[in-house]
Design a binder for this molecule. Structure first.
Ligand SMILES: C[S@@+](CC[C@H](N)C(=O)[O-])C[C@H]1O[C@@H](n2cnc3c(N)ncnc32)[C@H](O)[C@@H]1O
Ligand SMILES: [Zn+2]
Length: 267
């Protein structure tokens, strides 16, 4: 099911190495992941989220603040009866692990372009095949997955369309316009409204929206480290002024978590 990122031929998987029939070979890292991102497909030396962002997100998620989001995602995914599935832009694997737990006896792949994120992800679950790879060239065969997951990530719809199987679907988790609204109000002089169905315009015609589900709850962050982590893992944190960031870090924060789940199927 894995394909060579250089020539698209099938990869034969052995313990320490994977090869294609054209003698392209990729080593398995000691942590267990495969690096299927050839240097010529990288736009920078270390693409994707950096270690600081990865650690902030890992710690924030490990504290359980977004656990309901992951549980609902895993539940909705398992209702689609996945057998071969893929998480695209999986980060350090918090949601991926929940998905795997809720759908036992399935074959799970998860990719991210950030090696730092994938190294962390390997610690979560040894049964998932973690991949350093780009979502623009998913190293999986055509129509090989009956569920594709995308969570708070950019997404390449055309490439996902190539990989999803005939009866398969795509489950997306993204923010709604109320997500972290109190934080955005504290960080920006003017909060720009966020149109949370904008992604629907990018969905290829071959896919139809089957359902949308919403989850909203209030979160109180009394711990300073949690507030620092939240700032480090959201783009809002990096865009704000030092003064506004300081204000957020120094005071307990009550924020709305508001997301939507969209499930698409091939027509
Ligand atoms: C906001 S994070 C979300 C991570 C995880 N899904 C979560 O919700 O915790 C977005 C992730 O997309 C990854 N990413 C960005 N561009 C990518 C690409 N072209 N291919 C694969 N992953 C990419 C980043 O490295 C980062 O880990
Ligand atoms: Zn090859």
């Amino acid at each position: 099911m894995l394909i060579c990122p250089l020539c698209n031929e099938a990869l034969v998987v052995a313990d320490k190495v994977v090869n294609c029939s054209n003698n392209h070979s990729f080593d398995r890292a000691k942590q267990g992941y495969l690096n299927l991102l050839p240097v010529q497909h990288k736009n920078s030396r270390a693409p994707g989220d950096n270690l600081e962002m990865v650690i902030a997100r890992r710690d924030f998620l490990a504290a359980g603040h977004y656990a309901p989001l992951a549980l609902r995602f895993a539940e909705l995914a398992s209702q689609q009866h996945p057998n071969n599935w893929l998480d695209v832009g999986c980060g350090e694997g918090f949601y991926t692990h929940q998905l795997a737990m809720a759908s036992p006896n399935t074959v799970g792949y998860a990719l991210d372009i950030s090696r730092d994120a994938i190294k962390q992800a390997c610690k979560f679950n040894k049964n998932i095949q973690w991949l350093v790879a780009s979502m623009a060239r998913i190293p999986l065969a055509n129509q090989s997955c009956n569920l594709i997951a995308t969570i708070f990530s950019p997404f390449n719809w055309q490439e996902a369309l190539r990989v999803v199987s005939q009866q398969g679907g795509i489950l997306r988790l993204g923010p709604t316009n109320q997500h972290l609204i109190e934080l955005r109000e504290k960080l920006y002089d003017e909060v720009r409204p966020y149109q949370d169905d904008k992604h629907l315009q990018q969905v290829p015609n071959e896919l139809q929206l089957v359902f949308t589900d919403y989850l909203t709850f209030s979160l109180t962050l009394n711990n300073e480290q949690d507030r620092k982590n939240l700032l480090a893992m959201t783009p809002h944190g990096w865009r704000a002024s030092a003064e506004k960031r300081k204000q957020v870090i120094e005071h307990p924060l009550k924020v709305t978590v508001a997301v939507r789940y969209d499930y698409f199927k091939l027509i």
